[in-house]
Write a protein that binds this ligand. Structure first.
Ligand code: HEC
Length: 121
């Protein structure tokens, strides 16, 4: 089996992740109101129950409503940095600032999983 990372590479990753995320947590505070206008791009995929993308792999689109805000912001940052590999999410996250990610996280956190499909009210 092919090794994905060498140990030194993993150490560098860990340092980047820790320094990056602590800086983000200290500087950026999200607001659900701020996120309202930023999720129009997400609704098409994340609001359709059981929607699956079929390229490049069949993926189930995760539910975001009711998810922890910091988890969402951290996941988006990981796509942006390339630590998470899903190509569409990477492309989308690349266009978001730290403030956008924090706002979007709070927006979805303020919803419940049963909100009408996480859509805009
Ligand atoms: C083209 C469809 C599509 C669009 C548009 C889209 N997503 Fe996603 N999203 C996905 C898929 C598919 C996954 C699962 C990818 C994976 O397995 O890494 C995902 C994963 C995520 C995750 C990780 C969830 C978890 O449980 O780990 C977050 C957070 C997320 N998306 C947020 C967003 C936000 C915020 C937007 C809008 C700015 C958005 N997505 C737009 C398809 C989409």
């Amino acid at each position: 089996m092919k090794k994905l990372f060498t140990l030194p590479q993993l150490a560098v990753c860990a340092i980047l992740v820790f320094t990056g995320f602590s800086a983000q947590a200290a500087d950026v505070k999200g607001s659900a109101d701020g996120g309202k206008g930023k999720v129009w791009l997400c609704i098409g995929c994340h609001s359709i129950p059981d929607y699956r993308t079929d390229y490049p792999i069949v993926y189930k689109v995760p539910m975001l409503g009711g998810q922890n805000g910091a988890y969402i912001a951290t996941a988006l940052a990981a796509y942006k940095k390339g630590e998470r590999k899903h190509p569409t999410m990477r492309a989308i996250a690349t266009s978001l600032s730290d403030q956008d990610m924090a706002d979007i996280g709070e927006y979805y956190a303020a919803q419940t999983a049963s909100s009408p499909n996480n859509s805009l009210k």
